[in-house]
Design a protein around this ligand. Structure first.
Ligand code: SF4
Length: 882
């Protein structure tokens, strides 16, 4: 553990670190219990959250268990020692480069890595191997923002700070479900709103939880954001809201305005009056912040969408001033660190340009690099295409699960499997990608890592180890540097600790200042070990002259002219075109309590309880037309793949649109790998995949039988459809099959691996109903419920029974004195939907605060408050929604 991590506290004081679950970058206080667990609290002194945490952050201590950890290197599935594994990696990479050149190898890295890890990987690939073929999974998250920022500002600069969200009078959320994906920022906005009456507008094809507190929801046609913001630009011009003084520092206004005039707002599908209401609100509110996220970025027109937003802020001069500006929020905890340190294939470190010979020379000299890359490498989708066609023959994937998350995921899975040499560094062997590796390298996990991360408002925070590395696990920077040394660059990668890497990185960033770039933390080029150990969060830049703050209020930009650039833009529809065979548009995204492919959050029963099964939102009209029944299963097909999901009939999506979450994998629900359906089309500027507008067909999935199971032990489902998740007492699973087993009891015993346990059974073969409850030592081990239609059972009650006596479990129903709480809504206090609805109806509660006073729900992290508000609204108008 970092001895200085106590930061002027006593040895028993909590360790200050950073939450690993999103780009808000909340500070977190960690108190190890000495038995492998940690208690977690929000850090009241961290500027991102001031003590707040959301449901995911609060549950981080429940995600650190060692049960599935990779504890030793593996070659071909067999444990080995580090020397053998790393010699093999170094030899295969060196031989491949010698035979086929530097572009025949690649790294695919991750926004989960710390900046120091990223720095070493980028230095090895771009400076010593001599290829640009290192790209990060942040390409899937915010590459369009990077491209948009660079086109407008000359660098990838986030102009504002989190304080702007509290100082704004109008927040426009574009393609951002902030309430679920960045909950602490959303809570900061709602808290500020109580004082200043902030208006909130949501621009999103889907009615998300963020809409529950919004003043206006523009439910536009997927992908039509450019047309909407072009209309806003015209309104800014016509309404006299141009800042002519500021425009003196901006190029391209006339062309941008001309293009905006020629665009058609009707492609948004919005009521023209609603568009004008939005424009009027924007024009009369000077302090406006436009927050944008994956709904903007994950598009074949992502960079244009970003620039359409930036155009409006530049034309009105509302940028870089308190309460004003465009604001991108990143998904991953260190996506920003990756952007800064050169994790993207088309960037050098420190926001320097790989295409710029002066920048390349300077970095080469700084690194004393023998083989500086001379051109950008392949971006994520192209990189895996190159693996598929054999141009890349050795691939190292670090903390990422591309076999699930990249578009056309089934093809990617086959591509990794067929790659001549695939190395995976991860904390577990149990991911869809890790299962395909030739060599598996055990890396340290969040609670064991030391280094720095950057959040969405440019605040760099220390992440500090609070637990010892288990087994043979090592930090990523250490593994990568070891391979580099074995490849022959002994002295250039001779790091002994993260602080040595950080010092070098800070020194390199002085080149940024030298070349007039924004990213410069050179004040830390000689930081002492002890100062790094106790380093408080700070916002970059950090030089002798300047620390943090906003950019661009002064009209000084990082382009060659020093002026900003507006772009002429026109709406371009999504690349994937609807066709009679594929009449639906599929949107993908996150749920509130899960993170990425659930390798960590799925370990928390509390988080799993929120939405334990993958689902597909479908509009009631479409469901009726297709014969999709509530709680039935649906089969989605696209030109790329197929998925089976639970139908969720709701008017949150528009007719013709579908939404499905992106979290489920071969480990948790093999038929719900939703990126298997996503087309591998990308934005031509940013290379970011269009993950929110694939085309597909949908129809009911007619299973012969359906099942629901609970168990104290892990289950081993063997059926066409299954989805499993943890519970506080073990596991639960949804099941369905096309072929009916001949012997249901034998099926149940196989599922639970209970060949000899005593069983209670109720069989009604005529109706196709079967129930089994297995007990041992007067405790319920497992129960299975089978029906020819979706099983009617009190799932959330049944999930509490394994390990208890539960003599009546086989009934599938709760006794009258133990009402079924329903699906968990408030993860902090484990309060279910049914409990809240009962309180609303029986006690006449009509506010979220009143629910909180009665049940505690919503009174801790606040992540569930929008959903409680929605339940109150639903109770008031019972037939208005689904
Ligand atoms: Fe973690 Fe939640 Fe903060 Fe994101 S908002 S950093 S998930 S606590």
């Amino acid at each position: 553990m970092d001895g200085g991590a106590h930061n002027k506290r006593s040895d028993t004081a909590p360790v200050r670190s950073t939450c690993p679950f999103c780009g808000v970058g909340c500070g977190i206080l960690l108190s190890p219990d000495g038995q492998g667990g940690i208690a977690v609290k929000g850090d009241p002194d961290h500027p991102a959250n001031r003590g707040r945490l959301c449901s995911k952050g609060l549950a981080v201590g429940e995600t650190i268990g060692l049960d599935d950890r990779l504890l030793a290197p593996r070659i071909g599935g067999e444990d080995t020692d580090w020397d053998t594994a790393l010699d093999l990696v170094a030899d295969r990479f060196r031989e491949t480069i010698a035979q086929h050149g530097p572009d025949s190898v690649a790294f695919y890295v991750s926004g989960q890595m710390l900046t120091e890890d990223y720095y070493v990987a980028n230095k090895l690939m771009k400076g010593f191997i001599g290829s640009g073929n290192i790209d990060t999974n942040s390409r899937l998250c915010m590459a369009s923002t990077v491209a948009g920022h660079r086109r407008a500002f000359g660098t990838d600069t986030v102009p504002g700070t989190y304080e702007d969200l509290e100082e704004a009078d109008l927040i426009v959320l574009v393609g951002s479900n902030l309430a679920w994906c960045h909950p602490v920022l959303y809570q900061r906005i709602l808290a500020a709103r109580k004082k200043r009456g902030t208006k909130i507008v949501v621009v999103d094809p889907r009615r998300t939880a963020s809409c529950d507190s919004a003043d206006m929801h523009l439910q536009l046609e997927p992908g039509s954001d450019v047309a909407l913001f072009n209309r806003l630009l015209v309104a800014i011009y016509e309404g006299g809201a141009l800042d002519k003084g500021y425009l003196a520092q901006v190029d391209g206004f006339d062309d941008a305005l001309r293009a905006a005039f020629s665009d058609r707002a009707d492609v948004t599908g919005l009521d023209p009056e609603q568009i004008e209401d939005f424009c009027r609100l924007w024009l009369r509110t000077e302090k406006v912040v436009t927050i944008f996220s994956q709904g903007v970025n994950q598009s074949s027109a992502g960079a244009d969408k970003v620039n359409a937003i930036l155009n409006c802020h530049l034309a009105s001069g509302r940028i870089g001033k308190p309460g004003m500006g465009p604001f991108s929020v990143t998904g991953q905890p260190n996506a920003m660190g990756g952007r800064e340190v050169g994790g993207l294939a088309n960037m050098l470190a420190c926001h320097l340009d790989i295409e710029n010979a002066d920048h390349r020379r300077a970095v080469r000299d700084f690194w004393n690099a023998p083989a500086m890359a001379t051109r950008p490498g392949l971006k994520a989708v192209d990189l895996f295409h190159a693996v598929k066609d054999g141009r890349i023959k050795a691939l190292w994937i670090i903390h990422s699960n591309p076999a699930v998350t990249l578009p056309d995921a089934d093809t990617i899975r086959d591509t990794i499997r067929d790659c001549a040499f695939a190395v995976v560094s991860d904390i577990t062997a149990q991911t869809d990608t890790a299962r395909l590796a030739d060599v598996l390298l055990p890396a340290t996990a969040w609670g064991e890592k030391d280094g720095t991360v950057t959040n969405s408002d440019r605040t760099i925070s220390r992440q500090r180890a609070v637990l010892p590395a288990p087994g043979m696990a090592r930090p990523d920077w250490d593994i990568i540097a070891d391979v580099a040394r074995r490849m022959g660059w002994r002295h250039d990668f001779d790091y002994a600790s993260p602080v040595e890497i950080y010092r070098e990185y800070a020194g390199l960033s002085s080149l940024g200042g030298h070349f007039g770039r924004d990213f410069d933390i050179s004040a830390h080029a000689t930081i002492r070990d002890i100062d790094y150990a106790v380093l408080d969060p700070f916002q970059w830049p950090l030089t002798k002259e300047r620390q943090g703050g906003r950019f661009f209020a002064d009209g000084q930009f990082f382009t060659e002219t020093g002026r900003a650039q507006m772009l002429p833009l026109r709406f371009r529809p999504p690349e994937s075109k609807k066709a009679p065979r594929y009449p639906f548009r599929l949107n993908t995204g996150r749920t509130r309590d899960q993170w990425h492919t659930m390798t960590r959050t799925a370990k928390s029963a509390r988080l799993a309880a929120h939405l334990p099964e993958p689902f597909c939102e479908i509009h009631p009209e479409d469901a009726a037309q297709l014969g999709v029944s509530a709680a039935g299963l649906v089969e989605l097909t696209s030109p790329q793949g197929r998925a089976v999901l639970r139908a969720l009939i709701t008017d949150r999506v528009r007719p013709g649109d579908l939404f499905a979450p992106m979290h489920w994998t071969g480990e948790t629900a093999p038929s719900a790998r939703i990126d298997a359906l996503v087309a591998p089309v990308t934005d031509p500027v940013s290379g970011q995949p269009e993950s929110k507008a694939s085309v597909c067909a949908v129809k009911p999935f007619d299973a012969a039988w359906y099942g629901f199971a609970v168990s104290a032990m892990p289950m081993h489902p063997q059926s066409t459809y299954w989805a499993r998740s943890r519970t506080r007492t073990g596991w639960r699973a949804e099941l369905a099959g096309l072929d009916t087993p001949a012997d249901w009891e034998a099926y149940a015993r196989d599922l639970f691996q209970l060949p000899d346990s005593a069983v209670q059974a109720v069989n009604d073969p005529r109706r196709g109903h079967h129930r089994f409850a297995f007990h041992a030592d007067d405790r319920l081990q497992a129960a299975l419920f089978i029906a020819p239609e979706p099983v009617l059972a009190m799932r959330d009650y049944l999930a509490t029974l394994p390990g208890t006596e539960a003599p009546d479990a086989i009934s599938g129903r709760a006794p009258a004195d133990r009402p079924d709480p329903g699906p968990v809504l408030c993860s902090c206090f484990n309060v279910g939907v049914n409990t809240i609805m009962t309180a609303i109806e029986s006690q006449g509660l009509v506010t979220v605060d009143a629910i909180g006073a009665a049940l505690q729900a919503g009174t801790n992290c606040g992540s569930c408050r929008p959903e409680i508000a929605a339940l109150i609204a639903r109770a008031a108008t019972p037939r208005a929604a689904e």
